[in-house]
Design a binder for this molecule. Sequence first.
Ligand code: NAD
Length: 463
Amino acid sequence: MKAHDGMYIGGQWRDAAGADTITVVNPADEQIIGQVPAGTADDVDAAVRAARAAFPAWAATPPAERAARIAAVRDALAARADEIAATVTAELGAPPKFAQAVHTGLPVAVAGSYAELAASYAFEEKVGNSTVLLEPVGVVGAITPWNYPLHQIVAKVAPALAAGCTIVLKPAEDTPLTAQLFAEAVDEAGLPAGVFNLVTGLGAVAGQALAEHPGVDLVSFTGSTAVGRRIGATAGAAVKRVALELGGKSANVILPSADLPKAVAAGIADVMRNSGQSCNAQTRMLVHKDQYDEAVALAVEAVAAYVPGERIGPLVSAKQQQRVRGYIETGVAEGARIVAGGPEAPRETGYYVAPTVFADVTPEMTIAQEEIFGPVVAILRYEDVDDAVRIANDSVYGLGGAVWGEQEEAVAVARRMDTGQVDINGGRFNLLAPFGGYKRSGVGRELGAHGLTEYLQTKSLQF
Ligand code: NAD
């Protein structure tokens, strides 16, 4: 894999301020695939200065021209599709087909959606005797996780560019090579120097320096609730805008009127997606007591298709593997029943976790409350629809969700769920629909026009 030994700041690859590096490991075979520099506060400062210097001109660039640059970024990404997919496979462990279709295809499409939005969005509106101008917030500090390495970057950078903001990105330390490829694409697309800057580094060093930097106007963070809470507190103290996309523990409510085999198979597929590392995974499957045993049998059947090393990849790191196996052990200790998988590693090499299904899970158990972030499904039993809604909402999180059943009934249940998204009968992901959380799943929304407004502030002129 190709790795740059510098930071992309002010339109060029520059030497890092310090000498420390981050080693990138392939989680499928545990081999080292590259080294990138570990940025310091000095690198972050240089990047923020570059972004600040580039801001006035970029903010004043006509939206149609900004749209053309975003389209050029999209095209540069599309031209590197094979390299991007191979890199995501190497540093995240995503199976090649999924790396192509989702890890590469989705961000290319999201970039395209913002090229269109930048060109068509009304950055000015009339309200009575006022004209409201929608202006860019300023310099954005973007901090992203490893689970959808390119998508998380594009879902922040593309709307920020569309709005007229400039950006400093600090990507996850586990997946910096994909971020470097993105910087190459930006460079190729001819964005003015300093509009986009990349500082690789550790969260506690480079990430924290970025979140605390007084020259950053908005911090957009995706990652764990623990870190998000700190970033929110820091931003609050500085009276700074913040957008947080955090964890989830989403419910999949299967009503008695559902096509049970289809609902269970789709529910298992949803959790196994990206090897169990999706923040909106519907990891709590809620089944009516009369259909419970049948649903458990169907889940066991469905999960057998997810053979580690074939249809499902490893987790990103040894740390995540240990964490997930620890949750599986906790599930057993608290009295849940393993019907598929278990804590033992399914392969000798690589950070694999066996696709695991728990039955007899009750709402207060750790595995029904905490985000596991691995290929683990908890099947819970409900008495009636009210009970199902109560269990679905018994969570500190509220990011995703699903309901299966007769459509009107399913929509009625979805309306009662405290969560940012609900898929009805397997409804497909929509990259223009707002994505984000209720409760502790976050603040703000990404994607589509709602995602764009996060990067805008209003100025009202009265006439
Ligand atoms: P994490 O919070 O540790 O890391 C995310 C990013 O924050 C990384 O770039 C990391 O370097 C940085 N970071 C870490 N400590 C920091 C600090 N003190 N200051 C500033 N930045 C810091 O999360 P993780 O363990 O790498 O990722 C998994 C978690 O992310 C899961 O809990 C998952 O739910 C969540 N996640 C949420 C979404 C979403 O859209 N809601 C998407 C992906 C992941």
